[in-house]
Design a protein around this ligand. Structure first.
Ligand SMILES: N[C@@H](CCC(=O)N[C@@H](CS)C(=O)NCC(=O)O)C(=O)O
Length: 214
């Protein structure tokens, strides 16, 4: 049994695992992290988490996958400060921005993973998709400095995890992505700085391994 109230199945390289780590850290919670038994997608892990994906939360006898659902659950049980804002419209907007990051921006980035170490350039249309999604995100954003306004919240966690990958792939694949103050804001939040730093280091090791330097 976990030594803390919350057990999280996660992997070091997973962007959604990083997103949940940032949320837990912003909430000031302690958690125990474990690798999915047998690896994600394995039969052993699916017996615990039917979706087979990471991250997943185990809270007592309750098991939950999907990063947004987990973070909203933690909000609803009053675990740490809420990461969704007050007011139905602000909350709905925060959820919509989070879905945009998870279902548009992150998949456009994931499509480029196999190019790392291949010696190939990113196709023009893949780069254009990333630029377009980043532009849309800028349009969706409010006055800032965070996606949820004055305090960092749910969509910021997703953006900052994705931004760590974006920064890595931008350097390696010369994507020439525009600077984003919203994405960079994560580095100014003390609670999460060490988690972001650790994630970037994992990403750098992954790149080195794919490029054959590890
Ligand atoms: N929508 C899910 C996505 C989770 C996800 O796709 N995680 C990846 C790792 S970053 C994974 O588990 N992939 C294995 C699989 O899809 O079987 C979330 O927000 O948690």
């Amino acid at each position: 049994m976990a030594a803390t109230e919350f057990l999280v199945y996660a992997t070091p390289i997973s962007v959604y695992s990083c997103k949940l780590r940032l949320a837990l850290a912003l909430k000031g919670l302690d958690w125990t992290e474990a690798a999915p038994p047998g690896g994600y997608g394995s039969a052993a892990y699916r017996r615990i988490v039917p979706q087979g994906t990471v991250p997943a939360l185990v809270h007592g006898s309750f098991v939950l996958a999907e990063s947004d659902a987990i973070i909203e659950y933690l909000d609803e049980i009053g675990a740490g400060p809420p990461l969704l804002p007050q007011g139905a419209q602000a909350r709905a907007r925060a959820r919509a921005v989070s879905r945009f990051i998870d279902t548009r921006l992150e998949p456009a980035l994931r499509a480029l993973f196999l190019l790392v170490g291949s010696g190939k350039r990113a196709p023009t249309d893949a780069r254009a998709a990333l630029h377009r999604h980043l532009g849309t995100l800028g349009t969706l954003a409010g006055p800032g400095p965070y996606l949820t306004g004055a305090r960092p919240g749910l969509p910021d966690c997703g953006l900052w995890a994705v931004a760590a990958v974006l920064g890595t792939l931008d350097r390696v694949l010369a994507l020439d992505l525009p600077a984003s103050a919203l994405a960079a804001a994560g580095d100014t939040v003390p609670e999460i700085a060490t988690h972001l730093e650790a994630y970037r280091s994992v990403l750098a090791d992954w790149v080195a391994a794919r490029e054959g330097h590890a």
